[in-house]
Design a protein around this ligand. Structure first.
Ligand code: SF4
Length: 240
């Protein structure tokens, strides 16, 4: 016997009537939502975010606990040998590329920015291995400057399930989110979506039966697991 697919009867996807209650419910569910990378200054957050590409935040936090005792300035990353830094960050994966980017980032911060992490999107994007996601994380969480929306794999998946966008490219997803989400919610909402993605709205098996957003989610009880496609090694760590 065929089971009829549930029909969504909630507010129009992307309308304030759908977006605002989703944000409110996520705030209620995850009042503790925040950046889960450990850091005490902008340089540490920049490094941790670069290390988090294709790695869990938990593992990054384990590695940076020792790393941040040894490397306390941009000059430390600029002057360490490639081999030594590779060994220090190895458990985060893709360590050759990450070490190369961190050394180049340290060198540029020393040469151009007087040893201080820059705090504009334009300047951050000139650093090795830094794309809009990393720049948004650093600007929002270390400097309190919200210029954009952090789009990681959880954020992209959830907003497509809410039908706020059909885009796959994180930069295009970000542009669409900035049109429909109030700016005051950009920073928090990315944390909230990441928390909900980890807790309930899993990529392979969303727990819709436990989710309190079913009346607002067009994908409730019909989100399909996405086929996992492996990217070439060289590009996977470079999309931060
Ligand atoms: S209803 Fe299902 S698909 Fe929608 S947000 Fe909740 S868990 Fe995800």
């Amino acid at each position: 016997m065929n089971v009829a697919e549930p029909i969504y009867t909630g507010p129009t996807p992307g309308s304030p009537e759908q977006v605002i209650p989703i944000i409110a419910e996520l705030r209620r569910l995850y009042p503790q939502a925040a950046c889960s990378l450990d850091f005490t200054n902008p340089l540490e957050l920049l490094v941790a975010t670069q290390l988090s590409a294709q790695c869990t935040d938990e593992r990054v936090n384990i590695v940076t606990k020792q790393l941040f005792k040894k490397y306390t300035s941009a000059a430390d990353y600029a002057t360490v040998s490639q081999e030594e830094l590779e060994q220090d960050i190895k458990p985060t994966g893709f360590y050759r590329n990450k070490a190369k980017n961190l050394r180049a980032t340290g060198q540029r911060i020393v040469d151009i920015y007087d040893g201080e992490v820059p705090h504009t999107m334009t300047d951050l994007l000139t650093l090795s291995g830094v794309a809009r996601k990393t720049a948004n994380v650093v600007l929002g969480n270390a400097f309190g400057i919200v210029e954009g929306f952090v789009v990681d794999t959880h954020v992209g998946r959830l907003v497509r399930r809410f039908q706020w966008t059909q885009q796959e490219d994180p930069v295009k997803v970000e542009q669409e989110l900035m049109k429909i989400v109030p700016q005051k919610d950009w920073l928090d909402l990315s944390h909230l979506l990441i928390f909900h993605g980890r807790a309930i709205c899993d990529a392979r098996r969303p727990l819709c039966e436990q989710c309190t957003l079913t009346h607002l989610c067009p994908s409730a009880f019909k989100a399909q697991p996405k086929a996992v496609t492996k990217k070439p090694r060289a590009t996977r760590a470079a999309s931060s």
